[in-house]
Ligand binder design. Structure first.
Ligand code: SF4
Length: 76
């Protein structure tokens, strides 16, 4: 089942942890965002992406490690 990943870019501290643990999905671009390959919408405030099932562990790890809980992951 694919996953919807939402990054609250206003909350993001740009600590770099998300891109570090899950570089296939996240990149620092001022603040964290979903990479172009999986991005469905991007603003200064929010980045939304849709990622395949096999990247679920990766995005969940990033969500868990984020110090401000800026990453949400939900099944589509
Ligand atoms: S772990 Fe959280 S605060 Fe750090 S770059 Fe990722 S989204 Fe931003």
């Amino acid at each position: 089942m694919p996953l919807r990943v939402t990054v609250d870019r206003k909350a993001c501290l740009a600590c770099g942890a998300a891109p570090s643990v899950c570089p296939d999905v996240f990149v620092l671009d001022g603040k964290n965002r979903v990479v172009d390959k999986y991005s469905v919408s991007l603003t200064d405030a929010v980045s939304v992406g849709e990622v395949p099932d096999e990247l679920g562990e990766c995005v969940k790890k990033a969500a868990e490690i984020c110090p401000v809980s800026a990453i949400k992951v939900a099944p589509i």
